[in-house]
Design a protein around this ligand. Structure first.
Ligand SMILES: C[S@@+](CC[C@H](N)C(=O)[O-])C[C@H]1O[C@@H](n2cnc3c(N)ncnc32)[C@H](O)[C@@H]1O
Length: 277
């Protein structure tokens, strides 16, 4: 009996799990060794302790382009042009590098600028041209400044808009406090639920990225519903963890899609974009 026939014969016996064990051990050890070496390199090279940044794999970037294409109903080539646009924006990249280098908390930030899924937020803003975006959760302000960059390009093409960025931390948003990006950003400090209740302009694009608990996420979508403009787009940064936006979409008669990003060279498995429209 040759080796293949012998293996197939063993696979049909009670010895199969024992015979397969070395192969299974090799597979999991190889996978874990890769995660460990990526983690060790990250511990030495990165300074970030939360809200990690990284680039997307080419495959993940392409899937993101298709997500935006479907949601915004524009050709995927156009979306790819928007993704290229933000990545090639040297003015923005230089501003971010300088702001991080001069920040008091620079010891907890990386010098390299990596936008991860935020390039998808950028493309959605470029495609849908919102007059008013609300982002909950600002942290350093990387998302706010990416949204602002898209709004500035829209304005140059005759479609102005502003972003209201909400955070409970008074130190949040330092990356978004420099012109020209700051000219379209309204930073509001306070609990997001109170700030949403105080909104006095219709919201065309809403992004949840604050307290990622299920309860808080649900409360934000409930609170913002009466503030939304017709045809508003809802985004969540929490889609790999909760089903809140999917349930909200179902309750309110919207469509829903979820995208899970894949980081390059990072131990963190990535977040995602949930979108209801
Ligand atoms: C993941 S970070 C935001 C990341 C940011 N959107 C970005 O693109 O980098 C979460 C932020 O939510 C803020 N936050 C937490 N609970 C909040 C609340 N109840 N209201 C407003 N902001 C809150 C935190 O202070 C933190 O800065």
């Amino acid at each position: 009996m040759d080796r293949i026939k012998l293996r197939r014969a063993i696979a049909r016996t009670r010895l199969a799990p024992v015979a397969a064990f070395p192969k299974r051990l090799r597979a999991v050890a190889r996978y874990d060794a890769k995660v460990l070496s990526t983690s060790a390199r990250w511990l030495v090279q990165s300074r970030e302790h939360h809200n990690y940044t990284y680039d997307l794999t080419p495959l993940s970037r392409n899937h993101l382009a298709w997500l935006v294409s479907v949601v915004c109903d524009i050709p995927v080539k156009q979306v790819r042009a928007y993704l290229d646009e933000i990545e090639a924006d040297d003015n923005l990249r230089q501003h971010l590098q300088q702001a991080i280098a001069g920040a008091e908390r620079r010891g907890l930030a990386d010098k390299q600028i990596r936008y991860a899924r935020r390039i998808g937020w950028y493309a959605i803003v470029r495609a849908s041209r919102p007059k008013h975006i609300v982002e909950t959760g600002v942290d350093k302000g990387l998302g706010s400044v990416v949204l602002a960059a898209a709004l500035l390009r829209n304005a140059a093409e005759g479609h102005p808009g502003r972003v209201t960025s909400l955070d409970i931390n008074p130190e949040a948003g330092y990356l978004a406090k420099v012109a020209p990006w700051s000219e379209v950003v309204d930073l509001v400090i306070g609990d997001s639920l109170a700030s949403i209740a105080a909104l006095d302009r219709p919201v065309d694009l809403f992004l949840h990225d604050s307290d990622h608990s299920t309860v808080h996420e649900r409360r934000e979508f409930t609170a913002v519903e009466p503030k939304l403009a017709p045809g508003a787009i809802l985004l969540t940064d929490n889609v790999t963890v909760t089903n809140v936006l999917a349930e909200h979409a179902e309750r309110t008669g919207r469509k829903f899609l979820a995208y899970r990003e894949t980081p390059v060279n990072h131990w963190y498995p990535g977040d995602g974009i949930g979108v209801a429209w």
